[in-house]
Write a protein that binds this ligand. Structure first.
Ligand SMILES: [Cu+2]
Length: 156
């Protein structure tokens, strides 16, 4: 019985494997040519201690036991950067006020002293979504963003 059905099993296995075979962008080498991307990111104060005198409702928030005790809310503007795998990022990082910040990716750290513009270069080697944070403890978890690196194969 097995001997007679063996050729049929082989044909079925070949057909199943052919159906599983991937076709499309994943099979081809990418034709995308990496680019240099000029990106400017500014640190922006949103809810900071200095604003308590202008916005009195913030006093309880910053007070002991308040929702912002020991914290300040800053943002990166823009907070999401989108590039393509292999691109070189020429970053201009502007910190206009006097607080110290940093621009941190998993494998990249740029200190941002107060009142400075810092230039840095980063190569987006791998596709994925990577967190951008400021490493100043009192600015976390609010001061964050993401670097979206698209697969070069999706650009064909
Ligand atoms: Cu910060």
């Amino acid at each position: 019985m097995l001997r007679r059905s063996f050729p049929l099993l082989v044909v079925a296995a070949v057909l199943i494997c052919a159906g599983c075979r991937q076709t499309g962008p994943a099979d081809r080498a990418s034709t995308y040519r990496p680019r240099i991307r000029e990106l400017t990111v500014t640190t922006v104060p949103l809810l900071v201690k200095e604003e308590q005198n202008v916005l009195p409702f913030l006093k309880p928030a910053f007070a002991k036991g308040g929702v912002l005790e020991g914290k300040e809310v800053y943002a990166f503007s823009p907070s999401t950067l989108t590039v393509v795998e292999g691109d070189t990022l020429h970053l201009t990082l502007i910190n206009p006020e006097d607080d110290v910040h940093s621009f941190v990716l998993p494998d990249f750290v740029v200190p941002l002293p107060g009142g400075t513009t810092t230039h840095a270069t980063y190569i987006a080697k791998h596709a994925g979504i990577f967190p951008i944070v400021c490493a100043v403890a009192s600015h976390l978890p609010m001061m964050s963003g993401q670097l979206v690196v698209l697969s070069s194969k999706t650009m064909d």
